[in-house]
Unconditional design. Structure first.
Length: 613
């Protein structure tokens, strides 16, 4: 192990193990100025055993880059747990701001088997300004699982720094809130339901992961469970972790690898219950949300604050809104008005307004972020029919696809809802979706089951088609949604086959006969790591590298209770959100993807597809 000395806030911070060679000396910008910290207390345990002699660190997350820049807040560097695993922190620290995101690490110590420097536990605390003298912090393997999965995309295994870019403070803050959605940091246990009461937390999966970690924590860290854990948690082509938190981060980023080996590490007397009775398909953490008026949810979108908007395919139509932690922000009646009628998809403009495509009446609707309708009985023009998707360009123009076999068109409106005409030709044949690339071109998949269109059309923003018949090949088979990656390639979800397809920015097929998924696909998205996510109609989700190599297992990642993915969206915290038509639920795969620029209109404006915000 290597060591590093750093002078922070006038105090010498000496001799941390290599896993803590992350310390910086900057203060995070946030809401308001610095404020004095309060006294804190807590307890650290491995399994159900107190950890004595553990070094306790309080950190502020960094804002100078992903997985870097974390700042030590304690003037003495750390405090040490007593023989009962207890610790106390006086108010000898300063919060850089009230909204600075803070967390605690417990490093090393002894559970009774000897000192174990591989035992690194974590508790997410959230807003520094929300800490009070009554705050009790219980570090356990369970709190570590919640933190590692929710914050995996903001951490670097081996350094354990939590950090984000200066332009994604909202994504980081929401990620901390997601961690606190899963675990109760005062008890150190799993929340069976989210604090808002409408989310079912995967208790058994979290406890199983905690039990796997406990097999290493409750040893001296040498040969045995730790060795097996670190081997199984080594990422493809990467370096083996040397502590349990780094191992968890790797598992969170690669949740479909070495499942049997990891599951087999649970102690015979597993300390955290209930746990899984058999090895799972994968170790994703998925939360199932209900309420908010969900009723046959379709293609969702995420706004700049991280709220999730879901159109409900009913007539008269409704919209549901959920907070970044899945709390229902709408009543059981949902949002109505503005011409909503069987809405199929939504898009968020740069002012935060929500636009909906209405299959029922051939219109598009506009609502404010507060749900006030702005579109009367809906914006429309002659020739609109079976309107099923909507997209917004860098200038605020709105495009809607009209999937009628008798009148296949794309309608263009300005930001005030005034018609700018219809796009025709270019191979349009029952178009289902619209995506806009960084150059302002429109990409439209054609899914006419009768004519077997199996093509993708491309138009300029003024409506000039790039091809008279559209682009074919690459395994296209009733494509229903397309997404743009970092280099301008176009990915398509094939509803007519268990595949996804890839085309170049000029329409050249790049995917042979398509990349295999567990079932027909209904939706597709590109995350901030430029990997590809597909929603499968059997209820699973699939992940691919940008070259088309499957990252998820052949069965995809599965969520308890999921039956059929309809739409998909990825937020700035790296959470993957899917709608499920049959169970009227919204599913969240916690921290599984790269943080993504939201809303999509901002990615269009800045050409920031496939990159982190």
């Amino acid at each position: 192990m290597s060591f590093r000395s750093t002078v922070c806030r006038g105090s010498v911070f000496v001799g941390l193990v290599a896993t803590l060679a992350l310390v910086g000396c900057g203060a995070e910008p946030g809401t308001g100025g610095p404020l004095s910290g309060v006294s804190l207390s807590g307890y650290v345990h491995g399994g159900q055993q107190a950890i004595s002699g553990a070094k306790m660190y309080l950190y502020a997350a960094g804002t100078t880059g992903y997985g870097t820049g974390a700042t030590s807040l304690l003037s003495g560097g750390f405090v040490t747990t007593d023989a009962n695993g207890r610790f106390a922190i006086t108010n000898a620290y300063t919060c850089p701001s009230a909204t600075t995101q803070v967390y605690m690490l417990g490093v090393g110590g002894n559970t009774g088997s000897g000192v174990n420097n591989a035992a690194v536990l974590m508790s997410p605390l959230g807003d520094c300004g929300a800490l009070s003298a009554s705050t009790f912090i219980n570090l356990s393997e369970v709190s570590t699982v919640g933190a590692a999965f929710a914050l995996a995309q903001f951490m670097t295994p081996g350094t354990l720094a939590v950090g984000t870019s200066s332009t994604n403070l909202t994504g980081l803050r929401n990620a901390f809130a997601t961690a606190l959605n899963l675990v109760d940091t005062s008890s150190g246990g799993v929340r069976p339901v989210t604090p808002a009461g409408n989310g079912i937390v995967p208790v058994s999966t979290i406890n199983t992961l905690a039990n796997i970690m406990a097999s290493c924590v409750n040893t001296t860290g040498g040969a045995g469970p730790c060795t097996t854990l670190f081997s199984a948690a080594t990422p493809p082509g990467g370096t083996a972790p040397s502590d349990v938190l780094s191992a968890l981060i790797n598992i969170a980023r690669n949740p479909g690898r070495n499942i049997a080996a990891l599951y087999g590490l649970q102690p015979a007397a597993a300390p955290f219950q209930p746990s899984l009775s058999s090895a799972p398909n994968d170790f994703t953490l998925s939360v199932q949300y209900s309420g908010g008026g969900l009723n046959a949810g379709q293609f969702p979108a995420v706004d700049a604050a991280g709220n999730i908007w879901v159109p409900n395919a009913v007539d008269p139509g409704t919209l549901s809104e959920f907070s970044p932690t899945g709390a229902a922000l709408t009543t059981s009646a949902g949002i109505t008005g503005g011409g909503l009628s069987d809405p199929q998809a939504v898009a968020i403009d740069l002012n935060g307004n929500v636009w909906s495509a209405n299959l029922g009446n051939g219109t598009i609707s506009e609502h404010t972020a507060g749900g006030t309708p702005l579109s009367g009985t809906g914006f429309t023009t002659t020739g609109m029919r079976n309107t099923n998707s909507v997209a917004i360009d860098a200038s605020g123009n709105v495009y809607a696809s009209n999937g009628s076999s008798a009148n296949s068109t794309v309608a263009k409106f300005n930001s005030a809802g005034v018609s700018q005409g219809l796009f025709t030709g270019g191979g349009l044949d029952v178009p289902y979706f619209v995506a806009i690339d960084g150059s302002g071109n429109l990409w439209v998949p054609n899914g006419n089951i009768r004519s077997q269109a199996d093509s993708v059309s491309k138009f300029s923003s003024s409506g000039t088609p790039a091809s008279t018949v559209g682009y074919v090949g690459g395994g296209l088979n009733l494509p229903v949604e397309v997404a743009i990656d970092a280099t301008g390639n176009v990915w398509a979800a094939n509803f007519g086959a268990s595949t996804v397809s890839k085309l170049s920015s000029t329409g050249v097929a790049l995917s042979g006969s398509g990349y295999a998924t567990p079932s027909a696909t209904s939706s597709i998205a590109v995350d901030g790591n430029n990997t590809i996510w597909a929603g499968d109609v059997n209820g699973s989700v699939s992940q691919f590298s940008n070259s088309g190599t499957a990252i998820s297992p052949s069965t995809g990642y599965t969520a308890n209770g999921a039956t059929a993915v309809v739409g998909m969206a990825i937020d700035a915290s790296g959470n993957v959100w899917t709608t499920d038509y049959y169970v009227n639920s919204l599913f969240e795969y916690v921290g599984a993807a790269g943080p993504t620029v939201v809303p999509q209109a901002l990615a269009v404006k800045n050409g920031s597809f496939g990159v982190r915000p």
